[in-house]
Design a protein around this ligand. Structure first.
Ligand code: ZN
Length: 320
């Protein structure tokens, strides 16, 4: 790290905690803190918590800050910093968080949806660096998506584009939180995955998962599914393969519609690693239109820990 490096503050605004960090322009996190969101107290209190978090972070810091990037859930009006009705943050009808924070700190502030921030993070510091066009998918409680075209986020008309989690792969499929049916989020989201594994485990008394959860079905998690699969458990392997099949089916449609052939996968469940990635690749290879087939790449995200903070800080470097 030299004095020539530039630094930005990244703010990862979540429903329960706000993670804040100082990140250099080569992607090194030099300092971080976490404060409670207190979402139930409404936007005014949440913004106060962000402000005091930034003050705490910069108090003893010697770094010259070029700007502040904020990644948050929900739809963000492109270029305006207005957050609209984010899930998990009650009372946020339309809040111009960008303007409030820039008035407070007299610095440029860039706000984007957290899935888009993750995509900009990979573009700036991670696996997306050598690609101009790709789709970033974050696998967690939900399935987040960011579409990067010619090194820019594709926002759609009002900033809501990229909701890859809500591509339906079965019109008669399970009901999704969004109101539709058969969305991939309803197949591969963390909650759905746990639920399905709990149900199916009863038909697999031989599975190694039983021992890992001490026969307590409430303990089923991606972690013990992965541990069982790594120990050669066939049921756990089939669960991961099936996840790859669902994702690969949705990605095939994206390839065919957009002619985008690079997918970068992050989030907790990307930890399933090679078996998941191989299954996604196999499904796309079997299904995608022939001209696109040889170009398809499915890559793990490079930013893992602190991806939210780094992605938010990347918004600053990306716009500079
Ligand atoms: Zn949905």
């Amino acid at each position: 790290m030299t004095k020539d490096n530039k630094y930005a503050i990244g703010v990862d605004l979540g429903g329960t905690s706000i993670k804040l960090g100082i990140v250099s322009d080569n992607g090194k996190l030099v300092n971080k803190i976490s404060v409670r969101t207190e979402a139930e107290k409404g936007p005014k209190k949440v913004i106060e918590n962000i402000v005091s978090g930034i003050n705490e972070l910069t108090e003893k810091s010697k770094y010259k800050i070029a700007g502040i990037g904020i990644g948050c859930p929900g739809v963000v009006t492109p270029g305006k910093g207005i957050v609209e009705n984010p899930p998990n943050l009650p009372g946020w009808d339309k809040v111009n968080i960008g303007k409030i924070i820039s008035n407070e700190f007299k610095k440029p502030v860039y706000v984007d949806n957290d899935a888009n921030a993750a995509a900009i993070g990979e573009l700036t510091f991670g696996s997306g660096k050598k690609y101009k066009t790709f789709i970033m998918v974050t696998l967690g409680t939900g399935v987040g998506g960011g579409i990067v075209i010619d090194k820019k986020i594709y926002y759609g008309e009002f900033g809501a584009a990229g909701e890859i989690g809500h591509i339906s792969i079965d019109y008669n499929g399970p009901k999704c939180n969004c109101g539709s049916f058969g969305c991939i989020e309803a197949y591969v989201g963390n909650l759905y995955l746990r639920e399905r594994v709990r149900t199916e485990l009863r038909n697999h008394p031989e599975s190694k998962i039983w021992k890992l959860i001490n026969n307590d079905l409430s303990k089923v998690s991606p972690r013990n599914i992965q541990d069982a699969a790594e120990a050669g458990d066939e049921f756990a392997e089939s669960v991961i393969e099936e996840l790859g099949f669902y994702l690969g089916s949705a990605f095939t449609s994206l390839c065919n519609v957009l002619d985008i052939s690079v997918f970068i996968i992050g989030g907790g469940m990307a930890g399933f690693g090679k078996p998941l990635f191989d299954s996604i690749r196999k499904t796309i290879a079997e299904r995608v239109l022939a001209p696109i087939r040889p170009r398809v790449k499915v890559l793990p995200a490079k930013l893992k820990n602190d991806a939210g903070i780094k992605g938010a800080s990347a918004l600053v470097f990306h716009h500079k």
